[in-house]
Structures are given as structure tokens and as C-alpha cells.
Design a protein around this ligand. Structure first.
Ligand SMILES: NC(=O)c1ccc[n+]([C@@H]2O[C@H](COP(=O)([O-])OP(=O)(O)OC[C@H]3O[C@@H](n4cnc5c(N)ncnc54)[C@H](OP(=O)(O)O)[C@@H]3O)[C@@H](O)[C@H]2O)c1
Length: 257
């Protein structure tokens, strides 16, 4: 039972993919600060070690591993061993993306394997363990580029859209077994070392044109997305399942009924 908007996260166990920087890092940080044990992965060993050291300041169990979600067998093996090390899983957040790109079929396969299959394989590997939780929760990370036309016809936008449909359908079958599934779709999010910082460095006029479309006149931060993800992941959102929460400061212009 949730009291006074306590998120009810203390003692829960979470697995997050891609948590060394940006949105995933802030999700891991907030979950750990709320008392969750966290297992996460990324590809660069030094950054995994740095993130693990930093997250340990919350005095919870932190397990960082070097895993490429594209390598299906190694990814599945890591998910299973992470679940065992944590002693169960209540929360799964498949956050890794291959990012945008206009390299023809190469981009399509990359986004398919990493964004889509990284999420699908993760859900399939962890579902039996999530079903053992008294309140399992999965939060997909999509993008506003999936719900409105954005920039150009890109594999990233279309594959992220597939995630939203998959989340909704999955949510219909899993809630009976106590597992909620939701999606968060952020608009453009700025952080040092992130894609928009790179775009700003490469083409400031284009970057400024995107900022000009923001009703607030600024980009969002990883923190502003992470708070929404953590809420949806928590027992405080026990009656929320199958939604796609747009977190974009009003960047998208459609009316969402
Ligand atoms: N930033 C935005 O404006 C924005 C907007 C909308 C949606 N999103 C979505 O939000 C999510 C996070 O994006 P972000 O921009 O915050 O961070 P990001 O720069 O995409 O990095 C995310 C994390 O994923 C790891 N990673 C990348 N590829 C990996 C792989 N193949 N296997 C394992 N780990 C991998 C990275 O570490 P390594 O490089 O060391 O592996 C890093 O820790 C993505 O799903 C993205 O599509 C972002």
C-alpha cells in the first residue's frame, strides 16, 4: 500500500540497460536513491566502473557489467545472472538505443537488433522472474520522434514506434500475472556527452532551430525524464499500465486524446 506518495521502491530490485550516462544513468541514480538494488550494463568498461562506484554512494547493492545488448546470447546470460545476483527482479528498463542514422539498411538492422530486439529479448528473458514479484514493472524508452513526423524518414523513428505498440499489447497479457508495462517517450534531451550536445557542436543553427520549437525555450534534462520513468516503475503507479507517457515539455504539437 502506498502512503503519502511514498514511491514504495525501498528494497526493490531493478535491471537497466545502458546506465552509464544520460537518461539511463539518472534512472539508475534515482532508483538507487529510493533504496533499490540496481544491476546495469553498458559497453565501455571504464564508464561502467565509474558509474558503479558513483551509484554505490546510495548504500544499496549495485552491479555494473560490460555487455553489448546486440550480442543476444551474452545479453540473455547477463540478464539471467543479474536477476540471480539481485535475488529477483521487480523492475526492468530496457533503455539502450542504437540512436538515429541515415545509413540505409545498416540503420534499419541496427535499430531492429538493439532498440527492438534488445527490448523484446530482455522482456522474454526476465518475464518469469518479474512474474514472481508482488508488483513487476517494465518501462520502455521510446521517443517523440515515434509519434510525430520528425526530421526525416528514419529507422530510429519507426522502430521506436514499434516499441510503443509492443508495450501496449504486452501490457494486456502480463497484468494478470502482476507485471505492468508502460512506455516513456522523451522529446529532445540535452546532456554533456549526449547526441544533442554533439549536434550542437556540429551544427549550432540546426540545434537552435529545435530549441526554438520548445514552448519553454530550452531542451529537457535526463532528470526530467528519469523522474517519470521511476514513477511508472514504482508501486505508486500500480494502476497505470499500457500508457505511452510523452515527456517533452510540450515539444510535440498534436492533441493526444
Ligand atoms: N537524448 C535524447 O534526446 C533522447 C530523446 C528521446 C529518446 N531518447 C531515448 O532515451 C534512451 C537513452 O538515450 P540517452 O540519449 O539518454 O543516452 P545514450 O547516449 O544513447 O546512451 C545510453 C547508454 O546506453 C549504453 N549503450 C549504448 N549502446 C549500447 C549497447 N549496444 N549495449 C549496451 N549498452 C549500450 C551507453 O554506454 P556505452 O556507449 O558505453 O555502451 C550509455 O550508457 C534511448 O533509448 C534513446 O533513444 C533519448
Amino acid at each position: 500500500m502506498v502512503q503519502n506518495m511514498d514511491l514504495g521502491l525501498k528494497g526493490r530490485k531493478a535491471i537497466i540497460t545502458g546506465a552509464t550516462r544520460g537518461i539511463g544513468r539518472r534512472i539508475a541514480d534515482l532508483l538507487a536513491s529510493e533504496g533499490c538494488d540496481v544491476a546495469f550494463c553498458a559497453r565501455k568498461a571504464d564508464q561502467v566502473a565509474e558509474a558503479a562506484r558513483d551509484l554505490q554512494r546510495h548504500r544499496v547493492n549495485i552491479h555494473g557489467s560490460v555487455v553489448n545488448v546486440k550480442e543476444a546470447d551474452a545479453y540473455k546470460a547477463w540478464l539471467e545472472s543479474a536477476a540471480e545476483t539481485l535475488g529477483g527482479v521487480d523492475i526492468f528498463i530496457p533503455n539502450v538505443s542504437a540512436g538515429g542514422g541515415m545509413e540505409g539498411e545498416k540503420s534499419w538492422y541496427r535499430n531492429f537488433e538493439i532498440d527492438l530486439m534488445g527490448t523484446v529479448r530482455g522482456c522474454e528473458a526476465l518475464m518469469p522472474t518479474l512474474e514472481e514479484s508482488d508488483g513487476g514493472s517494465i518501462v520502455f524508452i521510446s521517443t517523440t520522434a515515434a509519434v510525430e513526423t520528425f526530421l526525416a524518414p528514419m529507422a530510429y523513428n519507426a522502430i521506436k514506434a514499434a516499441l510503443i505498440t509492443y508495450a501496449k499489447q504486452l501490457s494486456q497479457t502480463t497484468f494478470r500475472n502482476n507485471v505492468r508495462v508502460n512506455t516513456v517517450s522523451p522529446g529532445p534531451i540535452y546532456f554533456e556527452g549526449g547526441a544533442w550536445a554533439q549536434i550542437k557542436a556540429d551544427n549550432e543553427a540546426f540545434y537552435d532551430s529545435i530549441v526554438a520549437q520548445q514552448p519553454s525555450g530550452r531542451m529537457g534534462s535526463p532528470e526530467e525524464v528519469a523522474r517519470c520513468v521511476v514513477f511508472l516503475a514504482s508501486p505508486a503507479a500500480s494502476w497505470v499500465s499500457g500508457v505511452n507517457l510523452i515527456v517533452d515539455g510540450g515539444f510535440t504539437k498534436r492533441v493526444q486524446f
